[in-house]
Ligand binder design. Structure first.
Ligand code: UT7
Length: 374
């Protein structure tokens, strides 16, 4: 999470809103906002490195990096490539996945399939968004809701019952206009006019999205549980996308479950889009809400419209896995090497590199001429 915290009170000083409205309508009390020099990749890299540390894994063994994000650093290249490079995950493929706020749960399902197919062993799945960059800070209907952050998990092929049991994905493109950034894509490239009209900002029909989420989330939870052959009673914890506390309560009511079954940390972070589910999962693990053998459902929904759920059984507690010192040191070396390698490759491909190569060529020619004359 970025360190900078913006409270409801801070927002009430700069726009027509109040702590009371935000808290009662959404459950949000504060959110973390990225610094100006911090974008999605920087947070994603930190989260991914933390996941590697928890799993005590070697970054060079990662096969695939998937970043669920709707706010990549740039349209091209993908944020996943920046993450792959900074991890020194030299043999990994990398791609971004844009499914709005469902991005992480979608990416988790894809990562799971990549392992289940036998093609990959170790998959890094990240959910990261810098929503503050696409939200109009003057628009009270969106500015108060969103925050920035990143979370990551490392999926590893394993035997036994623990792990991902089932996934369920859905989409309804007819609702694409309910949550969108109109300009900046190929349909409406960003230009002075689109900027003047504020079309590069997120536009949301909050009420419609609220209705869609309250109806769809219970259905996708039931669907994934059916696929996983689990009953709702067996589920220990549901970790939903943190969009609105009232949506979580409405879903709990529809499923006849107590609110306590739904992990909520929206008060602290607001809606961090694709990052919200992994952040909540990691926090639930840290706070020991999650224990080995427990059945957990992760569920996301958002722009597209999209929705997704993953049913899983938690494996051995990460705290039980003691980090081996030399592997910690090795990761440190791999990250430093990755950084130096990037600088070196950029130099080699630059004019400086060309000048250096031609100087070396001339030096070689001179040497050969001299040795020939001898
Ligand atoms: O993660 C992606 C998915 N996104 C979501 O899941 C968002 C889902 N939607 C929501 O969470 C809620 O619809 C919101 C929190 C966005 C809005 O809550 P609401 O209860 O649906 O409010 P509303 O849009 O119906 O607005 C009610 C009133 C309006 O005033 P009038 O027309 O009744 O006089 C708004 O202008 O509240 C006003 N309002 C505000 N007042 C103070 C809207 N935003 C604010 C604000 N502060 N920040």
């Amino acid at each position: 999470m970025p360190e900078r915290v913006v409270t409801n009170g801070d927002l009430a000083e700069v726009m027509d809103t109040s702590d009371e409205w935000i808290k009662t309508r959404t459950g949000i009390e504060r959110r973390h906002i990225a610094e100006e020099n911090q974008a999605t990749a920087a947070m994603a890299i930190e989260a991914a490195r933390a996941a590697l540390a928890v799993a005590d894994a070697d970054p060079r063994e990662v096969d695939l990096v998937i970043v669920g994000t709707a706010t990549p650093d740039t349209c091209m290249p993908s944020t996943a490539c920046l993450v792959q490079n900074a991890l020194g995950a030299s043999r990994a493929g990398a791609l971004d996945l844009n499914a709005g706020c469902s991005g992480f749960v979608y990416a988790l399902a894809m990562g799971h399939q990549a392992i289940a197919s036998g093609e990959h062993e170790l998959v890094m799945v990240v959910g990261a968004d810098t929503m503050s960059r696409i939200v109009n800070q003057q628009d009270r209907s969106t500015a108060v809701i969103f925050g920035d952050g990143a979370g990551a998990v490392l999926l590893r092929a394993s035997e036994g019952t623990a792990g991902i049991r089932a996934t369920a994905l859905g989409s309804d493109g007819s609702g694409g206009d309910l949550l969108m950034v109109p300009a900046g894509g190929s349909a409406m490239p960003a230009c002075a006019e689109t900027v003047a009209q504020g079309l590069h900002y997120l536009a949301m029909d909050g009420r419609q999205v609220y209705r869609f989420a309250s109806r769809t989330v219970p259905r996708v939870i039931e669907q994934v549980l059916e696929k996983a052959k689990m009953s709702l009673d067996e589920v220990d914890l549901i970790i939903p996308h943190q969009a609105n506390l009232r949506i979580m309560e409405a879903v709990a009511k529809r499923l006849h479950l107590p609110d306590e079954k739904f992990y909520a940390n929206i008060d602290e972070y607001g809606n961090t889009s694709a990052a919200s589910v992994p952040i909540a999962l990691c926090e639930a693990v840290d706070k020991e809400y999650v224990a080995p053998g427990q059945k957990i459902v992760l569920v996301g929904f958002g722009a597209g419209l999209t929705w997704a759920a993953v049913a899983l059984e938690w494996g051995p507690s990460v705290q039980e896995i003691s980090a081996v010192f030399y592997r910690r040191w090795l990761r440190w070396v791999v990250y430093r090497y990755a950084d130096m390698h990037t600088r070196w490759m950029r130099f080699v491909r630059s004019n400086g590199g060309r000048a250096w190569r031609s100087a070396r060529g001339q030096w070689d020619r001179l040497r050969h001429r001299d040795s020939g004359s001898e």
